[in-house]
Design a protein around this ligand. Sequence first.
Ligand code: NAI
Length: 300
Amino acid sequence: MQDLAGRTAFVTGGANGIGLGFVRALLAEGCKVALADIRQDAIDAALATLDNQDVIGVQLDVASRDGFAAAADRVEAELGPVSLVFNNAGVNLFQTIDDSSYDDWDWLLGVNLHGVINGVMTFVPRMKARGGGGHVVNTASMAAFLCGPQPGIYNTTKFAVRGMSESLRYSLAKHGIGVSVLCPGLVKSHIFASDEIRPDDLKAGAKAVDATAVGRLEQLHQAGMEPDVIAARVIEAIHANRFYIFSHPEFRDELREVFDDVLEAFRDYPEDAGFQQRLAFEKMRRDGYRAARQAARGDE
Ligand code: NAI
């Protein structure tokens, strides 16, 4: 998509960090922008810095399906049809899966995965029905590829966002709607304060907040990439209709290491009874998947 000017964009988690970077970059591209966030005080503070007629704030918990539909209705009534969707809101939680509760799962899955699903389910049918194309950017993370013991639930949500984004890319290509997945490393953002916005009904199973650990995270994130740098890389990737947006080039070697480990895990087993028949099916599937990738890139 070459020209974003005049389109309406919906950005979740728009009041801080990467989302606010998106908002600034989209306004600079000439878009009308809805800045959606769960924190009303942060929405107000962000709007005060923007001084631009073409942006409105919308308070929204992305985990709410009804809330999402209502927000979309309001934004489309005020700014026109949304054709650029940035499912970016996210929260983090650093603890191992075996140390976590169902409340921990419900919180992270609700925001990081269902928030993205809700954005897709709300806007994609509207975009398809109207024609006119568009683009969806889902914010995952390098944690969509790289696992450690601590961010177990976070890893789960980000792997899922990556998978759903890739599948969606292939189904939407014929509608002229592009899909990209953003996989950042460390970002200068407010995500260290995620505990502040954990819903009350999911607090019973939460561990006590470790203020020292949160303070350490805050310091760490100060060294993160500036959101405006990431946003510029995302806008360029939308123009080029690229699926993977690796904003942080320092991860290339580590990814190679991980993929090498994955390939190393294959074994040369002796052929089992169904092997040859399966090969014929897999060839057909593989050709189909390759064609889908080519079509989504626009190089059929
Ligand atoms: P941030 O905390 O600065 O911004 C996220 C915004 O999302 C906040 O304004 C917050 O109020 C909002 N939000 C949280 N829960 C919400 C909900 N239920 N409904 C609506 N809004 C909600 O964090 P950051 O870092 O900019 O995060 C943006 C995305 O980037 C997230 O998906 C995160 O997982 C991802 N990411 C962040 C990295 C980092 O180092 N900060 C690294 C890789 C990915």
